[in-house]
Write a protein that binds this ligand. Sequence first.
Ligand code: CMP
Length: 136
Amino acid sequence: MSERTLVLVKPDGVKRGLVGEVISRIERKGLTLAALELRTVERSVAEEHYAEHKEKPFFGELLEFITSGPVVAIAVEGPRAITAFRQLAGGTDPVEKATPGTLRGDFALETQFNLVHGSDSPESAERELKLWFPDL
Ligand code: CMP
């Protein structure tokens, strides 16, 4: 069964010219792009996107970072797309959790600057896709 997930190439990935690398790995896996947009995130959208992290000590930094420059938002589609992309991304901590061969394992060093975001469950995917691509 096909499903959709929200992928963000975060400001660090866009600044470092890694958008093509991320898209290439998504496509090589066999997933497809249902929508794609380069966009600077408004603070209100960032707050809603990361609502579940509101109480975390890093929430302020997270908002600063995600609004610090353009991101590429992608609606990614395919069988088990949510889990498939999370495997491509690797664990949240790019050194301790992400293994080489994953996007974060290959291209990131710090948890805050971990290159990409991917929805972590069907509920998150639905909520995030509505927020980022309301017309999809
Ligand atoms: P993401 O998958 O976008 O979801 C929440 C984000 O919070 C996560 O990736 C990281 O970028 C960020 N994050 C998680 N833990 C920390 C931390 N300890 N310090 C800074 N940022 C964090």
